[in-house]
Design a protein around this ligand. Structure first.
Ligand SMILES: *Cc1c(COP(=O)(O)O)cnc(C)c1O
Length: 470
């Protein structure tokens, strides 16, 4: 049924007058013009990536305050251009610093539609189709990962939130409450520090344990700490295993940790923000063995698959636990058809349908595309690492598409100088690496999730790095 509001006697008011809002009676020519020209601008920005540095040399300053009159499209496109000129460029073939790959084209298009729909995942009646899309896609993820019936999840604007929600759920259903201790490795993500602060736990609630030579949480250290805690009568709220650490891409020993947790009745949260996507492919799933035994899992499709930010999921072995933890009732909303609202299974209230760009991105990739993204990232790291001079560089082993390294010779001070100079030299040559502090010194790190990086780039990069070593 098409209702036309009585208040509008003129179905075609002047478009200029209505420009800020698209007309609801016919395709709005002003919006069409705006979108077409914005698309041209964006495509030019991405298409000229290789001519610039991954990091812009200048940061042009946009005008901050709104003008006095309604702005026209030309003025707004100029504004956008200024911001784009100062933006980091993930599509540059030398963008290799972080877990921030180029965006998938379907994900860009879906983001645009998401804005146009302007639905709200808070409540069913504000996002009827998209709420169930999120619900079903989370279930698809759970099935792929091998979680049992009854599992499910929720999307979150980043892994920091997913980890927080996972640990809050652990506190609701695990043991120890506010007196509980959370164990993780020294290489676990900083977002856990935020989580315990937000949760109001005591300063020693998050305890970091050593890693083995491969960068994995040391099992004997876990066992030792658990028996210490028992002696102190201090409950263990959760063990956080990391599947893909941020500096090395190491994967903690998930099957062993799962066994240990099950035996001791401890909640296992797996921070698989980086590595979780590998469990989606049959070829790579063995890397993530044991993930299916977790009580909760964080997984960030934004980090390798090219889903536009933010895209993170929190998956629960028992989905009802989310509702029990975050449910409040929404007395100002109609009842939901699925039994709960999107705002009752997580921390966020109003939130965009981030599911759209994830779903469409996966639809675009297909099984074959997914496989290619994962395999080629691992392959690029292998090609790169094999060409580094291992007589003079120490390569930190890991299991995924990340490679950190530093000179074998020298002390932390000389290492810091080397990392600074080399990062700068590489940037001038069009390669952006990161400079994490790891152990007692700075390293350089490459993340090889960028599909535009060719074997020639990798050879050139490795040669430049070899030449930089004192
Ligand atoms: C990136 C990352 C996170 C946090 O994710 P955000 O999306 O940046 O909030 C958590 N854990 C690990 C291991 C990560 O690499």
């Amino acid at each position: 049924m098409h209702l036309r509001a009585n208040v509008s006697s003129d179905p075609h008011p002047s478009t200029a007058q209505l420009a800020p809002f698209a007309a609801p009676y016919a395709a709005d020519p002003v919006l069409q013009d705006f979108l077409h020209r914005t698309a041209d601008l964006l495509c030019s920005w991405i298409g000229s990536a290789h001519q610039h540095s991954p990091l812009p040399l200048m940061r042009p300053q946009p005008t901050i305050a709104p003008g006095t009159e309604t702005a026209d499209i030309d003025a707004l496109l100029n504004d956008l251009q200024v911001v784009m000129d100062g933006a980091f460029q993930p599509s540059h073939p030398g963008s290799l610093a972080h877990l921030d790959p180029p965006p998938l084209t379907a994900s860009i298009a879906a983001e645009l539609v998401c804005a146009g729909l302007n639905n709200n995942l808070l409540a069913d009646e504000l996002s009827p189709g998209l709420s169930s899309l999120e619900h079903e896609l989370c279930r698809w993820f759970c099935q792929r990962l091998g979680l049992p019936n009854g599992s499910g999840g929720v999307l979150a604007s980043g892994g920091t939130l997913s980890n927080l929600m996972g640990l809050v759920t652990a506190r609701t259903f695990g043991v120890g409450g506010n007196n509980g201790v959370i164990l993780c490795s020294n290489d676990a993500h900083v977002s856990l520090v935020k989580a315990v602060r937000v949760m109001g736990l005591s300063d020693d609630a998050l305890q970091f344990l050593p890693t083995d030579s491969e960068g994995r949480l040391c099992l004997s250290a876990v066992e030792q700490r658990l028996s210490q805690l028992r002696r102190l009568n201090r409950p263990c709220l959760a063990i956080v295993a990391t599947a893909g650490t941020t500096v090395r891409g190491a994967i903690d020993l998930l099957p062993q940790l799962a066994n240990l947790c099950r035996g001791a009745g401890i909640w296992l949260h797996v921070d698989a923000a980086i590595g979780g996507v590998f469990a989606l492919s049959a070829a790579h799933a063995p890397l993530m063995r044991g993930l299916e035994q977790a009580d909760s899992i964080t997984l960030n499709p934004q980090k390798l698959l090219g889903i536009t930010k933010a895209s993170s999921l929190l998956l629960l072995r028992q989905h009802h636990q989310l509702r029990a933890t975050f449910g409040t009732g929404l007395p100002y909303m109609e009842n939901s058809t699925t039994g709960y609202h999107g705002g009752e299974v997580g921390l966020q209230g109003t939130r965009p349908a981030e599911v759209l760009k994830l779903w469409l991105g996966l639809r675009q990739l297909g099984e074959a595309g997914l496989e290619t993204v994962l395999s080629s990232a691992l392959k690029r790291r292998e090609i790169f690492a094999n060409q580094l001079d291992s007589d003079r560089l120490r390569l930190l082993p890991g299991a995924l598409h990340l490679q950190a390294f530093h000179p074998i010779k020298g002390d932390p001070q000389s290492c810091e100088a080397w990392s600074q100079q080399t990062r700068q030299q590489l940037l001038s040559a069009g390669y952006m690496l990161s400079r994490p502090f790891y152990g007692d010194r700075f390293c350089l790190k490459g993340v090889f999730g960028n599909p535009h990086t060719t074997p020639d780039h990798l050879t050139d990069l490795a040669q430049r790095i070899n030449a930089s070593v004192f």
